[in-house]
Design a protein around this ligand. Structure first.
Ligand SMILES: *Cc1c(COP(=O)(O)O)cnc(C)c1O
Length: 216
């Protein structure tokens, strides 16, 4: 699907939900995609991208940031504490903060650098054992601890269980965001971004619908 088709579907979903046009940010998820597909989308004006691995993102984006103005990079994959420094140097936002140890590492770097990417707390709304994210009943505590470290928490993020109705997960994430006074809701991917927008998503993460299937 072309970038303009995705954007018009986003605008339609915003209108249907009675939300102002432009209230949803499209993250073009470029992980694993061939360089020519990513370049084509950049040339059509897209500037916000999501990547799930720090090293892969460095290799791709350090040169592209020299070439294109105004690129904003969002980390959407798990972050190990030994990669935090590279991550904060490259990314404008991190959507996958899910534990205290990582928050402490981010806080130390924020102190040292005087700046920190926008942070989203990833919530494991399906309570899946193998999946990243703080458990829903621990989310409030992690958010309040991060705030006490002066970290810029802007929202919450979830990846609903595969082949399950995503709507209840989006609803639960929206509730967690609302009761913590967090405006950002990072939810919705290629198959369900319109549902997510209906439920309040501010950031949708769209990969394969935009770039085509990922070739491993
Ligand atoms: C890969 C990925 C996406 C994009 O998935 P698509 O189904 O290709 O749109 C979104 N969010 C996260 C966290 C991902 O890892």
């Amino acid at each position: 699907m072309s970038l303009s088709t995705i954007k018009s579907r986003i605008h339609t979903a915003e209108a249907r939900a009675g939300r102002p046009q432009g209230s949803v940010t499209l993250l073009a998820v470029s992980k694993v995609q061939p360089a020519d597909r990513v370049r084509a989308v950049l040339e059509q004006g897209q500037r916000v991208f999501g990547e799930n691995r720090v090293q892969e993102a460095q290799g791709r984006w350090l040169p592209l940031k020299q070439e294109f103005e105004g690129i904003s990079l969002h980390l959407i994959g798990p972050l190990q504490t030994n990669k935090v420094r590279s991550a904060v140097e490259l990314f404008d936002a991190i959507h996958s903060v899910d534990r205290l140890k990582l928050a402490h590492a981010l806080a130390r770097l924020a102190q040292e650098r005087g700046t920190c990417p926008d942070l989203f707390v990833q919530v494991n709304t399906g309570a899946e054992p193998q999946k990243a994210g703080v458990m829903p009943d621990q989310a409030d505590e992690l958010i309040s601890q991060m705030r006490s470290m002066d970290l810029p928490v802007v929202g919450v993020m979830c990846i609903p269980p595969f082949d399950m109705d995503a709507a209840p997960h989006f609803r639960e994430l929206a509730e967690i965001g609302a009761r913590n006074g967090l405006p950002g809701l990072s939810m919705g991917m290629s198959d369900d971004f319109e549902t997510a927008i209906e439920m309040g998503a501010t950031h949708v993460r769209v990969g394969s619908a935009l770039f085509g299937a990922r070739v491993p």
